[in-house]
Design a protein around this ligand. Structure first.
Ligand code: SF4
Length: 59
């Protein structure tokens, strides 16, 4: 029987497809970051690893 206190082995992250083509980790809509972090905000889940190649202009 498995020990409930035992932590699961960490699975490698995999992103099926990403539409943030301006992210430096995005190549042909595939994420090559290796590992990403997801945050929950007022607009739902967002990728906290997102790194735009060009900073967005301030309004
Ligand atoms: S780091 Fe996040 S935003 Fe960037 S390509 Fe990967 S999943 Fe998309």
């Amino acid at each position: 029987m498995a020990n409930p206190q035992e932590k699961r082995a960490q699975a490698p992250s995999s992103v099926a497809s990403c539409s943030a083509t301006d992210c430096k980790h995005n190549e042909d809509q595939e994420c090559h970051a290796g590992e990403i972090r997801i945050e929950m905000g007022s607009q739902g889940a967002t990728c906290a690893t997102y790194s735009p190649t060009k900073p967005k202009a301030r309004p």
